[in-house]
Design a binder for this molecule. Sequence first.
Ligand SMILES: [Zn+2]
Length: 409
Amino acid sequence: MQDILSGRRNNNIACKICTTYGRVGLTTLPKGKIMKTTQKTYGMSRRNFMTFAGGAMGFATIAATGVPIGCASSKSKVEDTSQQSGAVTPANQEGMSVNPYPVNPSRISPKSYEHKGDFTVMTVGTGCPDTIVGRSGPSTLVQYKGNYFLVDIGAGTTFRLVEAGIHLDRIKNILITHMHTDHTDGYSKFMVESWTLGRRDTDIFGVKGVNALHNIFATVFPEDIKYRLGKTATVDGMYEKVNITELEGANTFTLDGVEIRTLPTIHAVYNLAYRFDVDGNSIVVSGDTSYSENLITLSKNADILVVDSGRVVNKRYMGPGEMKPPPGGKQSGPPAAANPATYVPKEVQGKSHASLEDVAIMAAKANVKKIVLTHYPPFEVDIETTLKQYKRFYNGEVIFGQDLLEVKP
Ligand SMILES: [Zn+2]
């Protein structure tokens, strides 16, 4: 669709089913006429056409199925599937022996997630800016007796929460570590969807920028919000009853019975780590960090430190396309074989991520009981070797976070 909107005209697309050609040139017609022509030619309602052309599968469907609009085969196919579910199945997609996304999903969302205890933490998404199949964008969920504290909302967070059976409308405390897109690009989806499901009184904490992040609804999407008022009938949870607090430095406050403390760590941009204490237990979520004395201070004797993995030992690149070294040629790779007896980590202002040794030494110095690694670089992790490297510096438990893994103190 984007292709068409950006100017492609009257392309002939061969149909794999009947070997005829379909003509696709929507923007040669004004918008109203597209609908009219489509309805007349293919018998689709406007809604169904929009579903086909711009909806769930969009124009990729044509590429995936090889069945363009205008083909006799496509007529019955589109009409049949749209009547069933409103979506077109990319059947027989090349390179995909079993289609994992049928018209009707083979799995439904669990009704409710059963937490492992009163106080837990879940690595909702363990990925990075690169899109990795199986790793959602960075997000961590702390839970205390059914109250939630969602730390960062990377892309895919809402999907993961729903997949787990966690009720979106019950997540009323949001904490943002830093204003990097990979930690915030799921924000609008989560906020809108949780609001339409019933979220109302909400507290949002984060670094400078969270006000602007939330303001996109008023400045960029006011018409969308107005439209969705049809479902919510109230702006509470969107424009009202949303308390946004921008934080800096050391803070202590209480939310839903949990004491929360913050300290800044060292990252490419300003980052706050959060510590949650309740009933004698503690969980720390680092956000992104390089070696940071503040993180050691904040994590002192904590039960769990969910930590930016920085550098794990990598097996192979798993991202889309070919891995290109960034400008300067520096790329993620195995850690330096540091000698535990002589290795001295250093704070480097502006440095993005800690090395494996840095993370291990921070955990050791803080006397953390267990660390949960998250925010993996776009590689397959060599778990065995990474663990061996950690054990050279740190005697606590090392848990390799994975999407929707829940850990309790
Ligand atoms: Zn970052």
